[in-house]
Write a protein that binds this ligand. Structure first.
Ligand code: HEM
Length: 471
């Protein structure tokens, strides 16, 4: 039999059956779940594809694993996008791409979702399927042959480039860079007092290798010369609201033209064409700068004396005092967020888990990152709510074969780990982490003093409470 992705997605529990797909086939693995050597992690794949998980857990790249899987085959997956025709209703989201069911969805339309945090720190490079998705509008379907990028505001006059020209006229450059949503960890602020915005956990952050043309090279081609009075580079997406207004944002021209800014017009993510959710066929990647300025489905660039006048540049993505509320806020008084502050969070163990005292040690893992290319120089971890501290072992990209980042160009996150003896007799641990960047910026210890009405820039010490069993 042939099954659609929808048929597979319906099978996500032991009661309804657990189905997965692999290489175009469908498997009913309900009976295998209890005997899986890797434990109940297998349930993360329920209703979706195995490939992105097996990219994380390379132990599966062996023949005997495929032999086990073959025993559970029940049919084929409908090739291509087998959505029922006629469903192309007036819904502007009807052409959104399929997504992996393991993502934790914060909003379906527009699609906003984060990966389960326990898998976030499994790999230095986040597989694209699990990279957090933050869309403001429906995903535009762009024909790569008809695609054109317009560039305005430079001496050569309006310049228009096809995708092929962007790929062939300019050298390809790759950059490994972490993107973080301004609202990452907003749920911590919500616990202090309700804010407006998607209730992101700790996983609205991910790391990928991006490939494309340098924005600098494209601007120089369009006639950019130092000394112009322009200060900003505005970007417009091809994603539009019902009135036809596109998503828009801007960055400083200085960042865009700097030899060391590494700003890309990216057409590749992790060695493949950009996925639809990440801006196919072309997006901006602005390393060290808040996700919101990394405009996807890029249609237009304007070099200007002015910032982008878009809603998202002017009336959103700004920080305010904890004393400012929706009656008193004046968005004109705060600058648009560009570089983000130093951040870290604990991905393992998860809140509420029970550790076995018999093991004698606890392993704590997480991520740390800072904006503006500032390197993470230290991560401190406490097992007792912040009274005593240990220094975590940092894992920069080099262990994965990446070259060390030059000074002030640490665009990628740092994963870290601490293995420490369990404090004797402790029945409960309050695990805390905090990172230090190369400018010796530190994270604030509590959320309340940095609370703001939009719930952005949430970077207080991350705390996770776990219990220790008696055995
Ligand atoms: C039907 C799908 C799957 C099959 C047939 C399968 C099979 C296996 C097998 C045979 C091993 C032992 C490999 C060895 O040591 O030689 C293993 C280990 C493991 N699996 Fe899976 N697996 C599946 C899905 C998954 C998924 C979706 C995940 C994660 C989300 C996962 C996570 C793991 C982990 C972490 C281990 C390593 C455990 C350890 O190192 O002790 N597996 N799996």
């Amino acid at each position: 039999p042939v099954y659609t992705q929808d048929d597979v997605t319906k099978h996500r529990t032991l009661e309804d059956g657990v189905w997965v797909t692999y290489n175009g086939s469908v498997y009913d693995i309900t009976d295998f779940v209890a005997v899986h050597p890797g434990g109940d992690k297998i349930m993360l794949a329920a209703g979706g594809a195995l490939e992105p998980f097996w990219a994380l857990y390379a132990v599966h790249n062996q023949e005997h694993v495929l032999e086990i899987l073959a025993e559970y085959k029940v049919g084929e997956l409908c090739p291509g996008d087998c959505k029922e025709e006629g469903a192309t209703s007036a819904d502007p989201y009807s052409s959104d791409p399929p997504r992996h069911p393991a993502l934790r969805v914060n909003s379906q339309k527009p699609f906003n979702a984060e990966p389960p945090s326990e898998i976030l720190s499994e790999n230095f490079i986040t597989p694209s399927a699990f990279f957090f998705k933050r869309n403001h509008l429906p995903v535009p379907r762009v024909d790569p042959h008809a695609y054109r990028l317009e560039i305005h505001g430079l001496p050569r006059g309006p310049v228009c480039l096809s995708l092929e020209e962007i790929k062939t006229k300019f050298p390809k450059h790759t950059v490994t860079a972490t993107l973080q949503c301004a609202g990452n960890r907003r749920s911590d602020m919500n616990r202090v007092k309700q804010v407006k915005g998607l209730n992101w956990g700790i996983s609205a952050i991910s790391n990928a290798t991006w490939g494309g043309a340098r924005l600098r090279d494209v601007l120089v081609y369009a006639g950019y010369l130092p000394g112009s009075s322009a200060r900003h580079v505005q970007f417009e997406g091809l994603d539009v609201d019902p009135t036809g207004t596109p998503y828009g944002a801007s960055i400083l021209l200085g960042k865009a033209v700097s030899e060391e800014g590494d700003v890309l017009l990216a057409y590749e993510m992790n060695g493949e064409d950009l996925p639809a959710d990440h801006g196919y066929p072309l997006r901006v990647v602005v390393p060290g700068v808040v996700g919101a300025r990394n405009v996807k489905w890029l249609g237009k660039i304007v070099v200007s004396e002015e910032e982008s006048q878009s809603h998202w540049q002017q009336n959103d993505y700004k920080g305010f005092s904890p004393g400012t509320d929706w009656d008193t806020v004046d968005f004109k008084t705060a600058p648009a967020i560009q570089e983000l502050p130093v951040q870290s969070a604990i991905t393992v163990p998860q809140e509420g888990v029970v550790l076995g005292a018999g093991q004698g040690t606890v392993t704590v893992q997480g991520y740390a990152w800072s904006g503006g290319g500032r390197e993470v120089v230290r991560v401190d971890v406490s097992l007792d709510g912040g009274r005593t501290w240990n220094v975590a072992r940092l894992q920069h990209g080099e262990e994965g074969g990446a070259a060390p980042a030059p000074p002030n160009r640490s665009w990628a996150w740092t994963l870290w780990e601490l293995r420490a003896p369990l404090p004797p007799g402790a029945r409960e641990l309050e695990i805390v982490c905090k990172a230090v960047d190369s400018s010796y910026n530190v994270q604030p210890d509590t959320v309340a003093p940095i609370w703001n009405l939009r719930g952005v820039l949430s970077n207080a010490w991350h705390r996770v409470r776990v219990r220790v069993s008696e055995d």
